[in-house]
Design a protein around this ligand. Structure first.
Ligand code: ZN
Length: 182
């Protein structure tokens, strides 16, 4: 089984801007042929705005792109450091995550399931980005029991003394319109 190790000095190396467009002309159709992708890339802005979390620095890839009957498979991991805002106290939180990548690239991809495969190249960046986004924390906390910025005034578990305002039950609304005096 031929094994094509990725040569970072080759012309098909990812561009300096971090895009992961790989030349596959030499291995296309050779089922079992592989290419290793083991280096760091700067993916630029990548994060979850809703969670105030974003990747910082380079993402370390340890991936294998392999030719399969359907097209190409991409398997391995992407290690990323992230920084964000604690959702309770809003202080900065940092962490690391390992995204598992198991994706298939096809000439005719299925939306939401597989990624597109070109004739001479394959762009693995969308698959890598998607995998990292899935691995970022949705609700980062500086520590599991973070009490928040002012636990006396704003306890994270709210026990309200105010009476719960009862909403009229719509099933009884019809009765309110009846006038029994008539
Ligand atoms: Zn906190």
């Amino acid at each position: 089984m031929p094994k094509y190790n990725y040569d970072p000095s080759a012309e098909d190396r990812p561009r300096a801007d971090g895009r992961l467009v790989l030349g596959i002309g030499d291995i296309r159709g050779k089922v079992g042929a592989e290419r290793e992708i083991a280096y760091g890339v700067d993916l630029g802005e990548l994060g979850l705005e809703s969670a105030h979390v974003a990747v910082v620095g380079e993402v370390a890839l340890d991936l294998v792109l392999g030719v399969i009957t359907e097209g190409m498979g991409l398997d391995g991991t992407a290690d990323a450091s992230w920084a964000g805002e604690c959702r309770r106290c809003l202080n900065e939180v940092k962490g690391k995550t390992t995204a598992e990548v198991h994706e298939i690239f096809e000439a005719r991809p299925t939306e939401g399931e597989t990624y597109p495969l070109g004739v001479e190249t394959v762009d693995i960046e969308p698959a890598v980005r998607d995998a990292i986004l899935l691995a970022l924390p949705l609700t980062p906390l500086c520590r599991d029991d973070c009490p928040g910025p002012d636990p006396e005034r704003f306890p994270t578990t709210v026990e309200s003394d105010e009476p719960v305002e009862r909403k009229p039950d719509p099933r009884w609304a019809a009765l309110d319109g009846l006038n029994f005096d008539e």
